[in-house]
Structures are given as structure tokens and as C-alpha cells.
Design a protein around this ligand. Structure first.
Ligand code: 5GP
Length: 114
């Protein structure tokens, strides 16, 4: 099966500004950041979106959630705060069909978003 864009980035076939990687996931800077800090945290497993995750993925999802704080600390936004976003499907604004968590910070954000 054709690799997703984010698999190609995880496998370093497409360059990125990677800030973290391990055996289960990678994190790299968004090419079109919506804030001074904008990281994408991506599992190596190409789940299309969160609706495709099953009980088999429980350890992976837990790993990703734990990495959010580590990555926020590493890029210097843990203290000031940040937003995590998980877009799903067309109405959710998902443009890359490979599960990913946005970690966005470095400026104050409003809620609800526009
Ligand atoms: P989505 O809209 O699917 O939630 O988020 C996809 C994100 O991937 C967007 O914020 C977009 O800027 C980012 N993106 C798309 N293509 C690339 C790329 O080639 N490299 C990087 N680093 N980010 C990308």
C-alpha cells in the first residue's frame, strides 16, 4: 500500500524539522504553522483517523498522550500552555489522512476557535 505523507516523513523520505522520534511515533514542525510553535505528533502506524483506532491501539494512544507533555516541555511551551487539536474527517478539517495530534502554542489562543 502507498505510504501516507506522514509515513514518508516518519521514514525520512520527505524532510521535516523533527523534534522527537521513537519506535511508536514521530513529532515534527508543521510546514504551515498557525502559531509560533506548531508541532504534529504522529504515530508510525498509519491509522487514517481516531475512528480507526481499536482496543489493539490502546497502548499506542496512551503513548501519544504521554508524549504530548514531553514534547511541549522540549519545545518550551509546557509552562505557558498550548492547545492540542485532533481533526477528524472532512467536517473536522482533516487534510492529511493519517492520525495526528497538533500541539500549538507560543501565543495566546481564544476559545472557541473561529
Ligand atoms: P490536518 O488539517 O489534517 O489536521 O493537519 C495536517 C497538517 O499537516 C496541516 O497543518 C499542514 O500544514 C501539515 N502539513 C501538510 N503537509 C506537510 C508537510 O509536507 N510537512 C509538514 N511538516 N507538515 C505538513
Amino acid at each position: 500500500m502507498e505510504k501516507t505523507l506522514f509515513q514518508k516523513i516518519a521514514d525520512k523520505e520527505i524532510p521535516s524539522d523533527m523534534v522527537y522520534e521513537d519506535e511508536m511515533c514521530v513529532a515534527f514542525r508543521d510546514i504551515s504553522p498557525s502559531a509560533p510553535v506548531h508541532i504534529l505528533l504522529v504515530p508510525r502506524k498509519p491509522l487514517r483517523d481516531i475512528t480507526c483506532a481499536t482496543a489493539e491501539d490502546a497502548a499506542l494512544l496512551s503513548h501519544l498522550m504521554l508524549k504530548v507533555g514531553d514534547i511541549a516541555r522540549a519545545v518550551g511551551i509546557a509552562e505557558s500552555g498550548f492547545r492540542t487539536v485532533l481533526n477528524t474527517g472532512e467536517d473536522g478539517g482533516q487534510t492529511v489522512p493519517h492520525l495526528h495530534i497538533h500541539i500549538i502554542g507560543g501565543r495566546s489562543m481564544q476559545w472557541p476557535p473561529g
